[in-house]
Design a protein around this ligand. Structure first.
Ligand code: 5GP
Length: 189
């Protein structure tokens, strides 16, 4: 069977998408992790062009206006993030197996334009674990915590829109399952 070469990984906030994609970046160089553009400033240790293309709001406006974004979204009501068409096209033209780690709004946009891509939902091991991760830091007010939980419920309801679900019970195991779903051989054990 021919595996689609583009896989989209999405899921609720705080489910650990970033941890899984970092694990893949470090252990599976055969996976081409698409580098997104963002208006968020770099965090310590992040390199432009490696973790993100860090752009100004004006540059982001221009990328959208000139149709260079395959998808884009405002994440956590703050910064804009988007996938550049040319990044995906270059990787696919080079025969690479491409992974987009994006938010749910972005995943829905990709499904509109590339319905044959492979859509993978990263799910928490349980609702209780999700609550623990969301309010774990305890730095938010009760109102903010309720808001986060309400958002998480809505996000969890998106699971049936996806082709596959991977449960993030263990980062290495989840990453290996994802890599297998991409048609590659898991080998990090
Ligand atoms: P962070 O700021 O922690 O690096 O990422 C925050 C969120 O932005 C993550 O949930 C990630 O999935 C999402 N994100 C990263 N890149 C993109 C992108 O290109 N498009 C969309 N829609 N979301 C993205």
């Amino acid at each position: 069977m021919n595996q689609p070469r583009l896989t989209v990984l999405a899921g609720p906030t705080a489910v650990g998408k970033g941890t899984v994609s970092t694990y893949i970046r470090d252990n599976y160089p055969e996976v081409e992790l698409s580098v997104s553009a963002t208006t968020r400033p770099p965090r310590p240790g992040e390199t432009d062009g490696v973790h993100y293309h860090f752009v100004s709001p004006e540059e982001f406006d221009d990328l959208v206006a000139t149709g260079q974004m395959l998808e884009w979204a405002v994440v956590h009501g703050r910064n804009r993030y988007g996938t550049l068409r040319r990044t995906v096209k270059a990787a696919m033209d080079a025969g690479k197996t491409v992974l987009l780690e994006i938010d749910l709004q972005g995943a829905r946009q990709v499904k509109e334009s590339m319905p044959d891509a492979n859509f993978v939902f990263l799910a928490p091991p349980s609702w209780e674990e999700m609550v623990r991760r969301l309010i774990g830091r305890g730095t938010e007010t009760p109102e903010e915590q309720q808001q986060r939980l309400a958002t998480a419920k809505l996000e969890l309801a998106a699971e049936p829109e996806f082709d596959h679900t991977v449960v993030n019970d263990d980062v290495q195991r989840a990453a290996d399952e994802l890599v297998s779903l991409m048609g590659l051989t898991a080998h990090s054990h």
